[in-house]
Design a protein around this ligand. Structure first.
Ligand SMILES: [Zn+2]
Length: 432
């Protein structure tokens, strides 16, 4: 079987050779053009010409999201006339972070999505319905469009929300694949049921799921993934990406984690002391971008915790795969001796049909440890819901947080403050 690009099925030694060549180019480039990295290399007495292997890379200190935010302009390597597209992503201190892309970066982005969607079984014979926004300073929607165009497939840019408009498009244009936030798919199904739409026989057979995990750590479908596939016989593919890395980890048909594109990124998995984690242990994905011109990053800590899988995949690719994101490093909760991340709580809450919405709050209690309060929005929960819910938490996570009942309207109002692009489901009130 052959792959495009060929590197996907090459032996690890060949992949490494490609990466190390591109790494040398990146280090030279940042030493010449990036004010931030020039300063970092000087301050740490680093001569980039001596860094030749992926192991050598550990000599360079990591770059944090705080660095990006504080020195945003110093990361930009090109004059303004070379910038084509400006996007923003949320910073650490509230204000957004600006990321710039040159023409070459847009081609890299298109290539990334082309090979990612191919990995998810896509081809030029497909028609994609894009259920995500393409503007609003986002990178993702545009990246999908560019990738689909490069692949030669068809695309319908519907945008997010608007279930009626989505179903009208599906009926008229018969797309074969949707790209969507998985929780929105549940809304689509609900709308179809209420309006007598024969969604089970709709033209869409595959959904590329963005923004939210659809699998558990062992790759079985999580509550969200199960609720979709129980109702609608579609194949789900998870994809994980971020604006800073301008690349994606997308599942193949085997559904065993998102495949790495080694020609675009060097991936490391680090612990809190910035040391590599042991094989099989969760670590913070740390990326070095290869081939980026506008705003390249060296050892950027994404904040996302996942597990790396190195064994060859059933699909024939030899590239590493990443598990579903377990959570954000900053959102790690140490609750009654158990380490957990908010998505593990969401997974249980999503499983209770009477819960319409929720907000998870974490705060520091009087003895200085983490405490969790879950606000749930429900109109008529079962009389023993609190005990039942706590039992579910204990069974899955060994611990049970406090639960407070509220109306779905109140929760919704708190979830959607002005200027927010995504509903807020997690509030961190801990003392830092
Ligand atoms: Zn695979």
């Amino acid at each position: 079987m052959s792959f495009y690009p060929e590197i996907e099925a090459q032996p690890p030694a060949d992949i490494r050779r490609v990466q190390e060549q591109k790494l040398k180019e990146l280090l030279q480039y940042t030493a010449q053009h990036s004010a931030f990295y020039q300063h970092l290399y000087r301050a740490n007495n680093i001569d980039v010409s001596t860094i030749r292997t992926i192991e050598d890379l550990a000599q360079i200190p990591v770059t944090t999201k705080d660095d990006l935010y504080k020195f945003n302009k110093d990361f930009i390597c090109v004059p303004p006339e070379q910038v084509i597209d400006y996007v923003t992503t949320s910073g650490t201190l509230g204000d957004p972070l600006t990321v710039v892309l040159t023409d070459k970066d847009l081609e890299r982005l298109a290539y990334n999505e082309h090979i990612s969607l191919s990995c998810a079984g896509g081809s030029r014979h497909d028609v994609y319905q894009l259920m995500t926004t393409i503007d609003r300073r986002f990178m993702a929607g545009m990246a999908y469009f560019l990738g689909i165009r490069r692949m030669g497939a068809g695309v319908v840019r519907v945008g997010n929300g608007m279930p009626e408009f989505q179903w009208d498009t599906i009926r008229r244009l018969q797309p074969s694949v949707a790209i969507a936030v998985p929780s929105f798919i549940l809304r689509l199904i609900e709308f179809a049921r209420q309006h007598g739409i024969d969604y089970k026989n709709a033209s869409i057979k595959k959904i590329v799921c963005i923004g939210e995990p659809i699998r558990n750590e062992d790759f079985s479908l999580n509550t969200l993934g199960q609720r979709i596939t129980e109702q609608w016989p579609v194949q789900l593919f998870s994809t994980y990406a971020s604006t800073e890395m301008a690349a994606a980890f997308t599942e193949c048909e085997a559904g065993r984690g998102g495949h790495h594109h080694p020609e675009l990124i060097i991936a490391e998995f680090l612990d809190e002391a910035n040391q590599p984690v042991k094989p099989g242990e969760p670590g913070e994905l740390t990326v070095t971008t290869l081939g980026v011109e506008g705003m390249p990053l060296v050892r950027f800590k994404t904040g996302d915790i996942c597990v790396a899988h190195h064994e060859p995949c059933a699909c024939g690719r030899s590239t590493l795969r990443v598990s579903p994101i377990l959570g954000r490093r900053q959102q790690m909760i140490k609750f009654k001796g158990t380490t957990l991340y908010p998505p593990a709580l969401y997974n249980i809450l999503n499983n209770a049909p009477y819960i319409k919405n929720y907000i998870v709050e974490v705060y520091t209690n009087e003895i200085g440890t983490d405490e969790i309060l879950i606000n749930i929005g429900a109109t008529s929960p079962p009389h023993n819901f609190e005990k039942e819910l706590k039992d579910h938490f204990r069974a899955r996570l060994r611990v049970a947080p406090d639960i407070r009942l509220d109306t779905p309207e109140n929760i919704l109002a708190r979830q959607m403050p002005e200027m927010s692009r995504k509903p807020i489901t997690f509030i961190d009130r801990r003392h830092k």
